[in-house]
Design a protein around this ligand. Structure first.
Ligand SMILES: [Zn+2]
Length: 455
């Protein structure tokens, strides 16, 4: 039998005191870090890269060093491969729901209760931090309730009603849906929230500042020059929320998923590493408050069906050859095509050069050549070779074939463009962390954390 989370029913973790007396112990500081789309292979491939790149530090990733390890299943309540809304709801509320649903039961009406509200009721401060828009599915599950995840305006509307202390991430998508409705800035202001949009204002935030929304484009770690890295948003959250009577903070690395959908390994590795830097920031805090803190790192699902093969001695060289995320190359190919200035043959040479794919097997080279030719052949995707259509769907075949070849050279292989049912690793440390050993479902993680915070 799987290990079950009995802790929710008990209300709190317990320690034996004296003559068999049991006293509840709840962590004062609770961190739940979610790598969106971060399966076991994503964690391992980033570890391999970092270990090869920084050989003196071993093991390298903070999240992989946490002593308690478990595995979580992630399917939605109907048994389907999950999306971020259903899994985010399970993690946040401890109950499964249908894909696409944020904070509501499978009837799309019954409200579920996120652990962030339990924390607030217990007097704890609350922070919600993400590298994607603040009203995107995963963060939204911790504060909003809507039957469809793309109801961004409604999610934005619900944000200021929470009274939570700190929100940080990319600009609210609800802003683009506000035509004819109250502007999001007004909603935030009426709710007593202060909007922070520049690094200067952000740096000036101090302990004790409450009801803050930090909103800024964050970009991708691989592209460099990020003004608001996830680790900085996390560290600032800790600074603002620290103190009595404790806090709950959710931190999401949201673009691990996006780069998984794109089968873009280098971008995926850099996003996982950026997420891990947020874990490292949390661990700095943990080291100072070991007896009062719980840190849980998990994922909502795996994305891309990433498989690992033998370690490649050239992994770092191969991954580092890609200087920006795959989309930049897609845009570039689009320009070449539109201008008609570059032939398919030249495009092949340039792409293979830009991706650093100098050691291709003849099969791989042939495959990329075919994909490039097909990409240049016609704008009509249905005019393309059925084999290419089947492999790449609507994706840019030229670039995606290069991304696939790069992954193979780095010792990995993508097998899907979608989410998969792979179990996701969970690691934990601190007060109550023992509960996260074994195998369980994403909803059990939510139940357990809720139990700990209701204690
Ligand atoms: Zn996804």
């Amino acid at each position: 039998m799987n290990r079950r989370f009995f802790i929710g029913a008990m209300g709190a973790a317990s320690v034996a005191l004296g003559a068999g007396r049991i006293a509840p112990v709840s962590p004062k500081y609770v961190f739940l870090l979610i790598g969106d789309g971060m399966g076991g292979a994503q964690r391992e491939v980033a570890e391999r890269y970092a270990r090869a790149k920084y050989p003196s530090r071993n093991p390298v990733l903070s999240m992989n060093r946490l002593p308690v390890r478990g595995m979580a299943s992630t399917n939605d309540i109907a048994g389907k491969v999950t999306d971020s809304a259903a899994s985010g709801t399970a993690l946040a509320c401890g109950e499964k729901t249908l894909n696409g649903t944020v904070g509501l039961g499978r009837d799309l009406k019954s409200p579920l209760r996120s652990m962030a509200y339990d924390a607030q009721e217990a007097g704890m401060k609350v922070g919600i931090v993400t590298s994607v828009p603040i009203d995107h599915a995963t963060p939204a599950c911790f504060y909003a309730r809507v039957p469809k995840r793309n109801m961004y305006y409604e999610i934005t509307e619900q944000l200021p009603q929470t009274g939570f202390d700190y929100f940080a991430g990319e600009p609210l998508l609800g802003r683009g849906r506000a035509k004819g409705k109250t502007a999001p800035d007004q909603l935030l202001e009426a709710g007593g929230y202060r909007l922070v949009k520049t690094r200067r204002e952000f740096d000036a935030l101090q302990a004790g500042d409450r009801k803050i929304v930090v909103e800024h484009k964050m970009g991708y770690a691989i592209d460099g020059g990020q003004e608001f890295p996830l680790a900085d948003l996390t560290r600032k959250g800790i600074e603002l929320l620290d103190g009595e009577p404790g806090f709950f903070m959710m931190v999401e690395g949201g673009k691990i998923d996006w780069s998984g959908h794109a089968n873009d390994l280098a971008t995926n590795i850099h996003e996982t590493l950026a997420f891990d830097e947020a874990v490292a920031a949390v661990m700095e805090f943990y080291e100072k408050h070991r007896d009062e803190t719980l840190v849980v790192v998990t994922a909502d699902h795996e994305t891309g069906g990433l498989e690992l093969a033998s370690r490649s001695p050239k992994m770092v060289e191969v991954v580092d050859a890609q200087e920006s995320r795959g989309q930049k190359y897609v845009d570039e190919v689009g320009v070449w095509k539109k201008q008609g200035s570059v032939s398919a043959g030249t495009a092949f040479d340039r792409l293979v050069g830009d991706f650093g794919l100098s050691d291709l097997t003849s099969d791989s080279a042939e495959h990329i050549r075919k994909a490039v030719e097909q990409t240049f052949k016609s704008r009509e995707k249905d005019a393309r070779d059925p084999e290419i259509q089947k492999m790449y769907g609507k994706r840019n075949a030229a670039v995606t074939s290069c991304l696939h070849a790069l992954a193979e050279c780095a010792g990995a292989r993508w097998t899907s463009y979608q989410h998969t049912a792979a179990l996701v690793p969970t690691t934990a440390v601190g007060v109550g962390a023992d509960q996260f050993a074994g195998e369980y479902s994403n909803a059990d993680i939510g139940k357990c954390l809720k139990g700990l915070m209701q204690g």
